[in-house]
Design a protein around this ligand. Sequence first.
Ligand code: HEM
Length: 135
Amino acid sequence: MLAPALTTIRLGLHVLGAAVWVGGQLVLVGLLPSARRMQAEGPRALARAFARMAWPAYAVLVATGIWNITALHPSQQGTAWKAVLGVKLAVVLVAGVASFAHTRATARAWVAIWGSVAGLGSVAALFMGILLAGP
Ligand code: HEM
């Protein structure tokens, strides 16, 4: 059976946001060595260009995430579902804050630490999203 049109739009936009925010971070890490070889300023320019796409994607995730919650009526969901949602929201917030701190950090160690927290948190949020979507 096919999903209803509105559900397709809601989940399609949410997954598109996740593809850019999470997938973009992973791809960026893979591109960095080549960018560094091309030009000393390459990684910085690449990161700035990615940020211009990633933050709108984060906003889409939050907006469609709220839409997801209203569509799924949390009052009708079980305790485990609500617990995973709570943890996911905390992880999304941590990933967002870490991402911001990553762009502001100057010391190499902090750039790496905040970048790792942002990446791991975003991947964890993605898996928790699959959990919430159910069978
Ligand atoms: C880093 C940010 C986020 C990522 C990577 C992410 C990823 C995902 C993914 C991949 C799904 C599964 C979609 C599917 O297969 O049907 C999902 C579902 C869901 N997400 Fe997110 N999400 C994020 C942020 C949020 C936020 C901020 C909220 C709430 C405000 C939220 C609430 C939900 C809910 C309730 C579902 C279940 C939707 C359904 O089954 O209809 N997500 N998420």
